[in-house]
Each structure stands twice: as C-alpha cells, then as structure tokens.
Design a protein around this ligand. Sequence first.
Ligand SMILES: Nc1ncnc2c1ncn2[C@@H]1O[C@H](COP(=O)(O)OP(=O)(O)OP(=O)(O)O)[C@@H](O)[C@H]1O
Ligand SMILES: [Mg+2]
Length: 268
Amino acid sequence: MSEQDIEQYRVHEAPYYRPVGDELELYRAAYDARMPVMLKGPTGCGKSRFVEYMAYELGRPLITVACNEDMTAADLIGRYLLDADGTRWQDGPLTTAARIGAICYLDEVVEARQDTTVVIHPLTDHRRTLPLEKKGELVHAHQDFHLVISYNPGYQSLLKDLKQSTKQRFGALDFSYPEAAVEAEVVAHEGGVDAQTADKLVQIAHRARNLKGHGLDEGISTRLLVYAASLIAKGIAPAAACTMTLVRPLTDDPDMRETLDQAVATYF
Ligand SMILES: Nc1ncnc2c1ncn2[C@@H]1O[C@H](COP(=O)(O)OP(=O)(O)OP(=O)(O)O)[C@@H](O)[C@H]1O
Ligand SMILES: [Mg+2]
C-alpha cells in the first residue's frame, strides 16, 4: 500500500478530547506493550472520540469497522474479487491495518458472530499474525499495529457475548458519563453554549439517568446533550431543543415523556 493510500486513514487535526481519568496514560502504556484494548461503556460517552484522539497523539492511521451480525470473517480479512482481468485479492480492513501499522477499531464487536470474532485471536497474542487461508499468506502484523474494540456492557444477552477466550486477550478501560463539571465542559465546548446552559443540560441528564432501569433502558448520553446544545446555539428555544434531542429519541412511553418534559421544564 502506498503512502498516499495510508494517508486516507490519518487523523489530520487534533480531535477535542477531554480526559476523564487516567485513560490517556493507561492507553499509552498498553499501546507501548502492544496489549489489545477493550473500551467498555454506554453509547455516546466518548469511546470513539478517545480512539481518534489517541490515534492522532500516537501518529498512527486509524481504521474503524462498525461490526454487525451479518459480518463474516471475509469482511474483516479480505476476499477474492472478480474483475475484467480475472480474480484479484482485496484486503479487508483488519488486514490493511495489520499491514500498515494502523490502529484498528472494531466498534460494537459483540454484534459480530463468534466465528467472525475468532479471526482476531492470532493477532492478539504473541503471534501477532493473521492467516489469509484462501490466499495462502500469513501476514505478520506491522510493529505499530494495535487492536482496539468497543463493547457496550448491558446490551447483549448471554447468547450474544464475547467468548472468554476473546475477552481475555484484552486489557479493558471503563468509560462512563463524566462527573457533572467535566461533562458540562464537554457540552459547552462541543455544542457551543455558555457554561450556565451546559450545566442545566447536564442536570437534566442526571435526572434522566436516575430513571435507567425504572422505565428507561438507557440514560441521556453526552452525545444527546451535545445535540441539545447545538440546537440552542442555533437559536432554538431550549425547551424545544431538549424535547427534540433529550426526550423523543429516548422513549415512546407517554408517561416517561411526561416525566422527562417536566425535568426539562424545571431548568428551562
Ligand atoms: N471526554 C470527551 N471529550 C470530548 N468529547 C466528548 C467526550 N465525551 C463525549 N464527548 C462528545 O460526545 C460525543 C459522542 O461520543 P462518541 O461518539 O465518542 O461516543 P461513543 O462512546 O463512541 O458512543 P457509541 O457507543 O454509540 O459509538 C462526541 O461526538 C463528543 O462530542
Ligand atoms: Mg462510537
């Protein structure tokens, strides 16, 4: 692969990431040890942003794969394609990442079937290799290659979980919504609102997060708070902005909506 092809995977501008704990230091050490890393945490709490930031900081290209249950091993590794000149091998994203020394981020990895997930095993132990059986090639991962997966605890059933033999190939970092002051800082920065408005949005989220398991499957994420802030920054009345971004996406239950609307009305 040429430098030009690799260029497309580079993170060119420093992503805004507000550290929440010791995750930067821990990730760096894991990267230095080439220890695969698993990011655990609910939706919209900063996992993807963190990986982009680390890729930028470490100067590594980043290849992200959104996993789903229809995905096959070939979607990760590669396959033969038919074209006018006959057959041609095309590397999948995992193979490309291993060859060029990228950070490969497998997002929502539990969505993939277990027979798909096992292809990462030889890459995640001392071997650091990837056998392309159909092609008859054994790829030795570039020394800078790093594998990161995300995992949303709580969503998967017992049937849909990672095998222990997969889980136990990773060091894990827990992500959650940051403490109020830090989250407000993120919301103000990303959504373009003043500190006071950001504070109020975070307070609303705290109320809603208390309803998790009591009628709500998931609390309001940082992502949704950023959405609310961006609408407010565009001149939308705060109450309407909150209904659109913090209430309606979350639930269709009329009572729950009412409860959330009341929480919004307390602040705006
Ligand atoms: N610590 C943080 N620093 C900067 N921005 C953050 C942080 N946490 C959350 N955000 C904001 O929240 C948004 C959502 O974060 P991100 O896309 O990283 O979530 P995620 O954890 O990957 O969610 P999902 O599991 O749904 O993919 C980001 O676009 C960013 O605006
Ligand atoms: Mg993500």
